[in-house]
Design a protein around this ligand. Structure first.
Ligand code: SF4
Length: 363
């Protein structure tokens, strides 16, 4: 399968008329000025020069704001730049992200003209109360309408949802995932809410009105959501905000993050935790006390099975006195595994008995 490369072009939605509680428009996109077609061209050229794999699939992704909400002339200019690379065969597709209430037939026709392939909608929640509380300025009905139109026009549909919005519970987030699954997105992104400088959430946090999730809580809920989407064959293309110079460890001088479940390897925490559950489930199903378990996976999954800083290895030892041995095998598909119990405590005890016997004999 050809490798896929994303060429990110950040489009800050400066002057966005909305005021979502979690958003500081500049920090999220990492950009403090409007983007010109020259900027876009420079970024695309830079990536094309640096992607050595000429056969890989390349996609220009306009990230960071509500693309279809910016000035139409700027939209057209940026799309034209991207489309030129499609025409020259240097890039394979274009993706944009936007708000559900910034989608209509006219907008979709424009995107079609420039061969945009994927449209991602910032849904955040499907609960109207939570959307209102987050000051999103759209409701779930907008999400339904936009999703249906996007699919009807033949675009790939993507959804972005958040966990840990003010007053949102785990159940609300599960219900959001259920409602999104019904709208048949091809892909989703899951973002735990981080408290960013200069946002309304920062104030709410200071006033004690909002309490962000901890990393552990965010991992637990994200794990459940990832399972739901994956079971329905929906690609989970991101879990956690991308680390940038500004979106980094709270407390660092340059960090725009004040609080919340930030972790530089958040997705790995989620995936490792899922592997941990799978291994423990397998062990628990056996009616024996396991001493050693061998997990064989695709090389891509190795780090997730071991866990961030060997967390799974340590946890299995501490909680269940089980040694985890991880092997790789390219023939095993990514995400799949062979889990074998290689030593049980019975064997172990028998082994020691044998050794004792041998000792006796030699003596
Ligand atoms: S998250 Fe909300 S406030 Fe921020 S750019 Fe998007 S619509 Fe505007």
């Amino acid at each position: 399968m050809k490798k896929k490369y994303v060429i990110p072009v950040f489009v800050p939605h400066l002057g966005c008329p909305n005021d979502c509680v979690f958003c500081n428009q500049k920090s999220i996109s990492g950009q403090k000025k409007n983007i010109t077609k020259e900027d876009a061209k420079k970024t695309i050229e830079y990536y094309l020069d640096n992607i050595k794999d000429k056969k890989g699939k390349k996609e220009i992704a306009f990230f960071g704001g509500s693309f279809t909400g910016i000035d139409v002339n700027v939209q057209e200019e940026l799309l034209q730049v991207a489309y030129e690379y499609i025409k020259k065969g240097q890039v394979d597709s274009i993706r944009i992200s936007t708000r559900p209430d910034y989608i209509n037939r006219e907008i979709l026709k424009r995107l079609k003209k420039y061969k945009v392939k994927t449209i991602e909608l910032g849904v955040q929640s499907t609960n109207d109360y939570i959307l209102k509380r987050a000051n999103r300025g759209h409701d779930f009905n907008d999400v339904k309408k936009a999703s249906k139109l996007i699919r009807w026009y033949g675009f790939n549909l993507g959804h972005q949802m958040m966990v840990g919005l003010p007053e949102s519970t785990r159940n609300d987030e599960i219900n959001t995932a259920k409602a999104l699954i019904k709208l048949k997105p091809k892909m989703v992104r899951i973002y735990p809410v981080l408290v960013i400088k200069g946002t309304r959430l920062e104030k709410e946090c200071e006033e004690g009105i909002y309490e962000p999730l901890t990393v552990v809580q965010a991992v637990e809920i994200c794990k459940q959501l990832v399972r739901m989407f994956v079971n329905k064959k929906i690609d989970v293309i991101r879990v956690g905000l991308q680390n940038t110079d500004e979106i980094c460890e709270p407390g660092k001088e340059e960090s725009e993050v004040i609080a919340g479940p930030f972790h530089p390897a958040f997705r790995q925490l989620v995936e490792s935790s899922m592997w941990y559950d799978a291994i423990v489930e397998k062990i628990k199903r056996l009616n024996v006390k396991v001493k050693e378990v061998k997990v064989t996976v695709n090389p891509i999954d190795i780090n997730n099975v071991i866990g961030h800083k060997k967390e799974n290895v340590k946890k299995l030892k501490e909680m269940y006195e089980v040694d985890l041995i991880v092997k790789q095998d390219k023939k095993i598909k990514q995400g799949k595994s062979k889990i074998e119990i290689t030593k049980k405590y019975n064997d172990f005890l028998e082994g020691t008995e044998d050794e004792k016997i041998k000792e006796k004999v030699t003596k």
